[in-house]
Design a protein around this ligand. Structure first.
Ligand code: FAD
Length: 387
């Protein structure tokens, strides 16, 4: 069942229609096979890129779609409702474009943004390390400044050594946002843009995950990787500020993905409840089950409203960090509850792989963990309440 959306322009309606068409024709027919076999969907991101869906919230000047964030998020929700792994990867790509767009120099933007937003490349975001997830300031990967020695030398820049963890699209992405230590403490972290194929950069084997199996998550190993000085985004030591700024936007992406998963689970549960009969009537007509479905629908609607409120604040240039954390918290907890209840609605069949609801439940779980666990979202929100 298509969600009837309140959108700000005719162009936004066209974008939603286009996304639904691609979701129906390109994503829906192959999602089950790729998630089951844990195979990467070659060509899917190229299709999304050609349709202009990989740079939606970014300036047209650099090849983006210049759409309000509320429109981008609803497009993302539509993609995630068909294929969560693809929705997450699109959201992470957008996250990886944020540092350059918001903190890069005019020269850096002109040089790299068009190809990042143009739909032919895909990006990854590399903040976490094996020992530093929630506590991002504990990261240890080091970027040591090296001088220009003249002659055939590489020039001034950095040599990066260390291990990054949990990279969505690791080993496949075309560029990596890297956060590495150039000094001590939380002010000693800097942001870099690393092209795939750089000498000394290698990747681990894909993690064996509970869900999102079609898009790999890997570690990255930096072995004295040389990055020219112009590959640093923002000032030296500004990295954590850049990382958190990107995450405010990224968390809204994860909230939209979570709502997409929850909507898909609700749709399947409603369809099933209108078919299945027990005790001589459709199960939707048993009030106990009808109320369960009503709570699921209310959770999806309110989660969507929460991320839209944060997005509209962002679009209006207002502060939205707290609302982004609230949206991530509310939407992902709603997705976990709704998908679990969808399994309940389908009874024993819900527990089998013959129906998609068990996958939705596995996919919902990660949305409560990445881009800041929901404990960390509560930390962000509670800090704004301190007098
Ligand atoms: C599938 C997947 C994809 C990912 N993709 C990316 C990616 O693309 N890029 C990237 O950089 N990272 C990525 N991550 C990493 C993800 O962001 C981290 O796993 C997450 O931030 C949690 O960090 P951690 O796993 O180290 O857990 P920890 O930080 O060790 O936390 C363990 C537990 O302790 C709780 N906790 C920690 N500190 C506090 C506190 N102060 N108060 C209360 N509770 C606390 C946490 O909420 C959690 O429940 C991905 C992870 C997964 C699983």
């Amino acid at each position: 069942m298509s969600v009837e959306r309140l959108l700000p322009s005719a162009e936004a309606h066209d974008l939603i229609d286009l996304t639904r068409e691609i979701a129906d024709k390109v994503l829906a027919p192959i999602v089950d096979e790729h998630e089951k076999n844990e195979t990467y969907p070659d060509g899917v991101f190229a299709t999304l890129g050609q349709a202009g869906l990989l740079g939606l919230p970014y300036p047209q000047e650099f090849g983006g779609g210049e759409q309000p964030y509320e429109v981008y998020l609803q497009v993302l929700e539509e993609i995630a409702a068909r294929w969560a792994a693809v929705g997450v990867a699109v959201s992470v790509h957008s996250l990886a474009c944020h540092p350059l767009n918001a903190f890069g120099t005019d020269e850096q933007k002109a040089q790299w943004l068009p190809e990042m937003l143009g739909g032919t490349t895909i990006g990854a975001y590399s903040l976490s390390e094996p020992q530093a997830g929630s506590d991002a300031a504990a990261l240890a990967c080091r970027a040591v400044a090296v001088e220009d020695l003249g002659g055939a030398d590489d020039g001034a820049g950095y040599r990066v050594t260390g291990t990054k963890a949990w990279i969505t699209h690791g080993g496949i992405a075309d560029f990596y946002n890297l956060f590495a230590r150039t000094g001590e403490g939380s002010q000693g972290i800097s942001c870099f843009l690393v092209p795939a194929g750089t000498d000394g950069l290698s990747f681990g084997k894909p993690e064996e995950k509970m869900g999102l199996a079609a898009v790999p998550t890997t570690a990255a190993y930096y072995d004295k990787v040389f990055l020219p000085e112009q590959r640093r985004i923002g000032k030296e030591g500004q990295g954590l500020q850049i990382a958190f700024s990107a995450l405010d936007s990224g968390r809204l992406g994860i909230a939209a993905v979570a709502v997409g998963i929850a909507q898909a689970a609700l749709d399947e549960a409603v369809a099933y409840a209108n078919e299945r009969t027990t005790f001589g009537r459709k199960i939707v007509d048993h009030q106990g089950l009808g109320f369960l479905l009503a709570d699921m629908a209310a959770a999806v609607d309110s989660a969507r409203a929460t991320y839209l409120d944060a997005a509209r604040r962002r679009d209006a240039g207002m502060a939205y960090s707290r609302q982004a954390s609230t949206a991530k918290l509310i939407a992902t907890d709603a997705a976990m509850k709704v998908t679990t209840d969808a399994v309940q609605v389908l009874g024993g069949y819900g527990y089998t792989r013959d129906f998609r609801v068990e996958r939705y439940m596995r996919e919902a779980k990660i949305t409560q963990i990445f881009e800041g666990t929901n404990q960390i979202q509560r930390l962000v929100i509670s800090r704004t309440l301190r007098r």
